[in-house]
Design a protein around this ligand. Structure first.
Ligand SMILES: NC(=O)c1ccc[n+]([C@@H]2O[C@H](COP(=O)([O-])OP(=O)(O)OC[C@H]3O[C@@H](n4cnc5c(N)ncnc54)[C@H](O)[C@@H]3O)[C@@H](O)[C@H]2O)c1
Ligand SMILES: N[C@H](CO)Cc1c[nH]c[nH+]1
Ligand SMILES: [Zn+2]
Length: 434
């Protein structure tokens, strides 16, 4: 059973602070293990990746079998049922349509001094997309990573997906095909991230690595950052539901469980202005936990990290939500748009009782790779922009250099950088001669 909090209680602040600070991923040795794995892959390339895959995924590979061949992909994809193919295609179309709108415009203008300035956006050349495959398999995450990369114009897309004991999910391969992925490798964990970042004899290095994963993947992404770009560190899933009493408790119970079932470390929180309704939702959760297939995982998450918080009113709910900065925020209230206007920190908003978060996980259009662990305070979900970079542009005319060059020379002198100042001065002297 989750814990119950009420903002009217004297110990609320202490308990809420403890809830916010709860450490959901406790793995002190992970970083050390990952450092060793990365060093091994850098030193021994394919041999290290093959050995580590045998150890962690119980799969024997060779350099030739590390990558799925075109024939294997075709054979696997042929197994997918037509309704699953249709669903993936619908999802891909909707994700593409959403992300196309994120593409930013280049800018170029001439200012009053005659300087032409601007910027232009270009894609990274090669992206590596990590698709988790340890505890569960995520074809939807293939689309959420690969489609925005394609929209951004990335030339080469390489996917890594672990296949423990060789178990392949045909939908992962089909999603990759639909999204236009170029290469798929059956490797995972820190060794896959190291291979993508540094390259091996078989895998060419990429420029940017995106995608969620477990603690080993997250630690590896942190470590290779700088050698390559990364999107973010997406940790265990979270959902916050703000609901008034005019909701079906079972709907909300399932919304809470939809994220709890991802991971024992996931966190599901209900905030309501009606304490009795909060208890009804908690009862509905208990009922669902008797039968859900992933009840062991969802039950552990709800027991250890779940909470039902009663607030005085919806303004107080919005303020608490901003302190939590949840990955997903459902607003199941009479006027969700008005409440949304009061929210500043959330990865993704789901407005109204007819917008279950799971729609966003699959087919809504927005990305499901989102900031977790309160990082929505300073970061955003994966987007086409993650696969783009901006190059600035400056072009001076003689008149523009005459207008602004002397100030540059002055600043160069104050920084004692003589060549900087002289590079401007020689041009100004030349212009003054003429
Ligand atoms: N935020 C999102 O968008 C999103 C989407 C999908 C999944 N997820 C999360 O991603 C995570 C996926 O985790 P997963 O474990 O299922 O798959 P995973 O692919 O991230 O990890 C599996 C790999 O971990 C490595 N590993 C396992 N035990 C190891 C050990 N003892 N030492 C070294 N390496 C080891 C292995 O190499 C294995 O291939 C879950 O937490 C899930 O909730 C998040
Ligand atoms: N809810 C997850 C992100 O937090 C993404 C996902 C994939 N499949 C289902 N859900
Ligand atoms: Zn989900």
């Amino acid at each position: 059973m989750a814990q119950f909090l009420n903002t009217r209680d004297a110990d609320f602040e202490a308990r809420f602070t403890a809830l916010l600070g709860a450490k959901r991923e406790d793995s002190p040795d992970v970083d050390e293990i990952v450092a060793g794995i990365i060093a091994d892959v850098r030193a021994r390339g394919d041999d290290a990746v093959i050995e580590l895959t045998e150890r962690f995924d119980r799969l024997a590979l060779t350099p030739e079998t590390m990558r799925f061949s075109a024939g294997e992909i075709a054979a696997q994809v042929a197994k997918v049922a037509p309704e699953e193919r249709d669903a993936l295609e619908l999802a891909a179309d909707r994700i593409r349509a959403y992300h196309v709108r994120q593409m930013p415009d280049d800018q170029l203008w001439t200012d009053p001094d005659g300087a032409t300035l601007g910027w232009r956006w270009t894609p990274v050349s090669a992206a590596g997309l990590y698709v988790p495959g340890g505890l569960a398999s995520y074809p939807s995450s293939v689309l959420m990573n690969a489609v925005p990369a394609k929209v951004a114009g990335v030339e080469r897309l390489a996917v890594t997906v672990p296949t423990p004991d060789g178990a392949v999910n045909p939908l992962v391969l089909l999603a990759a095909e639909i999204a236009g992925v170029d290469e798929i490798y059956r490797i995972g964990g820190a060794q896959a991230i190291a291979a993508l970042a540094y390259g091996t004899e078989t895998i060419a290095p990429v420029d940017k690595i995106t995608g969620p994963g477990n603690a080993f993947v997250a630690a590896a992404k942190r470590r290779v950052f700088g050698k390559v770009g990364i999107d973010m560190i997406a940790g265990p899933s979270e959902i916050l539901v703000i609901a008034d009493a005019d909701n079906d408790p079972d709907f909300l119970a399932l919304d809470l469980m939809s994220q709890a079932e991802h991971d024992e470390s996931a966190q599901s929180i209900l905030v309501t202005d009606d304490e009795a309704f909060g208890h009804k939702v908690a009862e509905a959760v208990e009922k669902r936990l008797q039968t859900l297939e992933r009840r062991a995982i969802a039950g552990a998450s709800w027991r250890d990290f779940g909470a039902v918080i009663t607030v005085r009113d919806l303004d107080e709910a919005a303020a608490l939500s901003d302190r939590i900065a949840p990955e997903h925020l459902e607003l199941c209230v009479a006027d969700p748009d008005a409440l949304a206007a009061k929210i500043t920190h959330a990865g993704a908003l789901f407005l109204g009782a007819w917008t279950p978060e799971a729609v966003g996980d699959y087919v809504g259009g927005p990305n499901h790779v989102l900031p977790t662990a309160r990082s929505a305070r300073f970061s955003s979900g994966l987007s086409a922009l993650d696969f783009l970079k901006r190059t600035t542009i400056a072009k001076m005319t003689p008149a523009a250099l005459k207008a602004i060059g002397p100030a540059a020379e002055t600043l160069a002198k104050s920084e004692s950088l003589e060549a900087h100042g002289l590079s401007v001065r020689v041009r100004l002297d030349k212009l003054n001669e003429g």
